[in-house]
Design a protein around this ligand. Structure first.
Ligand code: GDP
Ligand code: MG
Length: 428
């Protein structure tokens, strides 16, 4: 099978299964569009399609909102159910019921974001919220509440400042506000009241100054990943978003490196180098096709196939350090070397971290439209002094690894990655 064939096959799989579908609910002006733009890293408006792929303008929960900057997400928008909009509620409820359990993965709803704006904290829970959290069974689709415009509580906090604080220079005065904002938020007890409803949300995040470019949406991404019900969905979500590559590194470290080392120590079984690479790649946006294949085939048994046809250079270059111009015969020979299992867990850790660094950098290169981002990233890595530094850093990690908690292990690995980034290319 030719590479070309396979990549279009993967594209098909992505088209079928790979879009992450989110319903965002909230009254007009709650900040819905702003957050979706931020998640998709754009200031453009979404394109709106009806279920059949025709462009639409009118508002309807069934319509699909897609941003050109990141079409791995599909959004649906519901304006909430203010007094009198029983119809909108029934439509949204039906939409959720249909999409939560559909056999058509392509249509499945993966998460719900419910926005409650804090500029109207006194009216945070209205009829709309009561019927949504009281009467609408989300059928296991996780619901995350977004307390949007959290910055608006500043204005409410200022009158509560002690008179002496009010006379402070601006920056100092502002620094006194957060505890007061917290107090206002807590005394409104919005979360407590939601938690008592028949279908309480899974979690919540606070978002502030999103319209001013605040990076707070990363919290939303992390939070949503954490509440997803299974690893395949998490993989799809983490690899669909492109604004928090650190999260890709984190999940890949936890779910592949740490769990792989655990398995090696417990059972003696180790992945091959090739399989380790494809499992790590699954968590990154530019390999989302792979994570979709993972979902589709129920595992990475297909790793070998992926490596040999889809991205032949990946496995090899990582090992072959300086030799970039190899022939098909070289690839075959090197490939068989990479099918051996790791012998020690330290090797597994080392190879995993190096792969993460290369994958991470290759994502930035792929955004710059480098035609072969993996090769370029790997080449840059092996030509730099980073491998030596990583070696030293991992010797330390290895000494502490055995006694570290799961969380500490994740932190240690992410630290090595963070401290050894290759210099990012500057966008033109
Ligand atoms: N103060 C504040 N305003 C915001 C924030 N996010 C969005 N806005 C503003 O709220 C208004 C409505 O936002 P929009 O995203 O269009 O809301 P939608 O109607 O729910 O889609 C716009 O003027 C935004 O600039 C935020 O985090 N803080
Ligand atoms: Mg809007």
């Amino acid at each position: 099978m030719s590479t070309e064939n396979t990549s279009s096959q993967f594209e098909d799989i992505r088209a079928k299964f790979g879009r992450f579908r989110i319903l965002i609910v909230g009254r007009a002006n709650a900040g819905k569009t702003t957050i979706l733009q931020k998640i998709c890293n754009t200031t453009e408006n979404p394109e709106i399609y009806d279920g059949k792929g025709n462009k639409r303008g009118i508002h309807d929960v069934e319509n699909e909102l897609i941003f050109r900057s990141n079409d791995k997400f599909v959004f649906h928008d519901s304006q909430g159910f203010e007094a009198g909009s029983k119809v909108e509620f029934e439509r949204t409820k039906k939409f959720i019921a249909d999409r939560a359990n559909t056999m058509y993965l392509k249509k499945r709803l993966d998460a719900i974001w419910y926005c409650i704006p804090m500029d109207k904290i006194d009216r945070a829970i209205q009829r709309s919220e009561e019927i949504f959290f009281g009467e609408c069974d989300p059928n296991n689709v996780p619901v995350v509440v977004l307390f949007t415009k959290f910055d608006a509580l500043q204005a409410k906090a200022v009158p509560k400042l002690a008179p002496s604080d009010r006379r402070l220079p601006l920056q100092e005065m502002l620094s006194k506000l957060p505890p007061l904002m917290e107090e206002i938020f807590n005394s409104a007890d919005v979360w407590g009241r939601l938690a008592k409803m028949a279908y309480p949300p899974k979690s919540s995040v606070r978002l502030e100054n999103i319209h001013k470019g605040n990076e707070g949406h990363n919290i939303l991404v992390e939070n949503t990943a954490a509440v997803l019900s299974d690893e395949v969905l998490q993989m799809l979500f983490v690899s669909a978003q492109e604004t928090n590559i650190g999260l890709c590194v984190k999940y890949a470290a936890e779910r592949v490196i740490i769990s792989g080392i655990g398995r090696m120590c417990n059972t003696g079984f180790s992945h091959s180098r090739e399989e380790q690479i494809s499992r790590l790649a699954c968590w990154f946006p530019h390999f989302q096709a792979v994570s979709c294949a993972f979902w589709h085939f129920g595992g990475c048994g297909d790793a070998d196939h992926f490596m040999s046809t889809h991205h032949p250079a990946l496995a090899i270059i990582l090992l072959d350090k300086h030799e970039i111009n190899f022939t098909t015969t070289d690839i075959q020979a090197l490939k068989s070397d990479n099918q051996d299992n790791f012998i020690t867990w330290q090797q597994y850790l080392h190879a995993g971290v190096e792969t993460l660094l290369i994958l991470e950098h290759s994502f930035y290169l792929s955004q710059m439209e480098d035609s072969d981002p993996i090769s370029s990233a790997a080449q840059k890595y092996w030509m730099s002094d980073i491998p030596t530094k990583v070696n030293t850093a991992l010797e330390d990690v290895s000494m502490q690894y055995g006694t570290a908690s799961e969380e500490e292990k994740v932190a240690m690995i992410c630290n090595v990655v963070m401290q050894n980034h290759m210099v990012r290319p500057v966008a033109k």
